[in-house]
Design a protein. Structure first.
Length: 158
């Protein structure tokens, strides 16, 4: 039985991306960086469809586990939750060619958009609560990151 006010162990393991959410200073950046090799393997195995599918699956799981953590802790968007960065980073990688330069651009673009939160990500971050609120702004950041990667590819820069 889970203690009152404490999320379940599985929710914490998934929501913190295996504990990455407990890393010091910038847990979201750690989780985004840790996602890169998994994204590479997914891209090798199934390309863009695999990355988009994985992003959507992680998003769905993230909504559920984030809702549980938010409800149990009473904190609207706890910094330990980093499954949102995993989902958004996978989406940003969906259009990236398999080069370290493209993955670096996808990583940096996603992190910038996740931190700056241009509209509608800022709106989603402010107005949507619970598990959806934790996850949606990062999917916007992932889409923005993918757009930057696509533009770099289109221009021939990566």
């Amino acid at each position: 039985m889970t203690e009152p006010g404490k999320p379940g162990t599985l929710a914490l393991v998934l929501g913190t991306a295996g504990g990455l959410g407990y890393l010091p200073l910038v847990p979201g950046t750690w989780a985004s960086a840790a996602t890169l090799p998994f994204g590479w393997l997914l891209a090798m195995a199934g390309g863009m469809p695999a990355l988009v599918a994985a992003s959507l699956v992680v998003f769905g799981i993230g909504v559920a586990v984030s809702a549980r953590i938010v409800a149990r802790t009473g904190v609207e968007d706890p910094s330990i939750i980093v499954i949102d960065e995993v989902a958004g980073q996978l989406l940003a990688l969906a259009v990236a060619p398999l080069t370290w330069q493209a993955y670096l651009v996808a990583f940096l673009a996603f992190r910038v958009f996740d931190i700056v939160k241009p509209w509608p990500a800022s709106w989603a971050d402010r107005e949507i609560g619970g598990g959806w609120g934790v996850m949606v702004d990062d999917m916007f950041a992932g889409a923005y990151g993918a757009a930057v990667v696509y533009a770099f590819v289109w221009q021939g820069w990566i």
